[in-house]
Design a protein around this ligand. Structure first.
Ligand code: C2E
Ligand code: CA
Ligand code: CA
Ligand code: CA
Length: 280
């Protein structure tokens, strides 16, 4: 993969902690975007290896900006976290994703993904009412708790306190907990003793290196062993080639996600296999 730095869009200056008036401007723009419905949620399949059968989808937010087109989350989530809007935006994302899961279930039955995975930021977990909010959204949409996975980063739960309490409360509700970007944050292994975790999402950086020559598969191998030893489910992230998928399967990975299996989209193609039905 040649993800050259030059290919990546520039971040907002606010992302680099430059100007406070720039931060205020982006904050106001995000507020307007939320009030006028400029955010979208797209969904990427998580599949079983080696079959490629979808077992879940991950909800990923996009900003459909009236002038700039589609803005990826890396360019505005940090600003939304700083000004606190992520709490309200995150609630909208959660509600949208849970409602979507139920709509697909009604429309496609067994073809619909069994599980919906939603990213939650540190700021959301720090809210004492977060688990109660999730319970209310599940109640309102009808999605059973056992079909929701919440993805949290190691960094978000590293400090303990309310974030860990929120995770514990969500787990008690029956929501699955996934540690996102696993292996890239703080204190990876120790956390597994203090936070109830069901799923390890093994970061793309480890997946990228498995088909390189030398000893590069060592971390991906160690992480699948940790996962299996603790009775957790591992998901390999950012799988881009058939070669990577085959190697991950050989290492013992049972679940994977990446462009090789499907890109994020408003309605994953596996829901509508074969020739698309006549446009409504
Ligand atoms: P993430 O949670 O690790 O999500 C996976 C990212 O990897 C997504 O980028 C996805 O589009 C991308 N990806 C998936 N497969 C491949 C692949 O094969 N190759 C490559 N190069 N990339 C792949 P996206 O959608 O741009 O999201 C970036 C990050 O923004 C996410 O990383 C997550 O940290 C954050 N984010 C996205 N949606 C939300 C959200 O609803 N709430 C919060 N709090 N954060 C979100
Ligand atoms: Ca994620
Ligand atoms: Ca990830
Ligand atoms: Ca990531």
């Amino acid at each position: 993969a040649k993800a050259a730095a030059a290919d990546r869009p520039r971040r907002y200056a606010a992302d680099l902690d430059e100007q406070s008036d720039e931060q205020a401007r982006v904050g106001a723009e995000l507020r307007t975007a939320l009030d006028t419905g400029q955010f979208r949620v797209v969904y990427q399949p998580i599949v079983a290896l080696p079959s490629g059968r979808p077992v879940a989808v991950e909800a990923l937010v996009r900003w459909a900006h009236p002038e700039r087109g589609t803005v990826p989350p890396d360019h505005f989530i940090p600003a939304a976290e700083r000004n606190g809007l992520i709490v309200e935006l995150g609630e909208w994302i959660l509600r949208t994703a849970c409602a979507q899961a139920m709509e697909w279930q009604a429309a496609y039955g067994d073809l619909a993904p069994a599980r919906m995975s939603v990213n939650v930021s540190a700021r959301q977990l720090a809210e004492p009412g977060f688990a109660a909010l999730v319970a209310a959204v599940l109640d309102e949409t009808g999605l059973p708790a056992g079909r929701l996975t919440v993805e949290v980063t190691e960094t978000a739960v590293f400090g303990g306190g309310q974030a860990v309490q929120s995770v514990q409360d969500l787990h008690d509700l029956g929501v699955h907990i996934a540690l996102d970007d696993f292996g890239t944050g703080h204190s990876s292994l120790g956390l597994l003793q203090t936070v109830p975790v069901d799923v390890l999402k093994v970061d793309k950086s480890f997946v990228d290196s498995i088909t390189m020559a030398g000893r590069h598969a060592v971390i991906a191998t160690a992480l699948i062993q940790v996962s299996a030893g603790l009775g957790l489910t591992a998901v390999a992230e950012g799988v881009e080639t058939a070669e990577q998928a085959a190697e991950l399967h050989r290492l013992g990975y049972e679940l994977a996600q990446g462009y090789h299996f499907g890109r994020p989209s408003p309605e994953p193609s596996f829901l509508t296999p074969g020739p698309s039905p006549a446009a409504a």
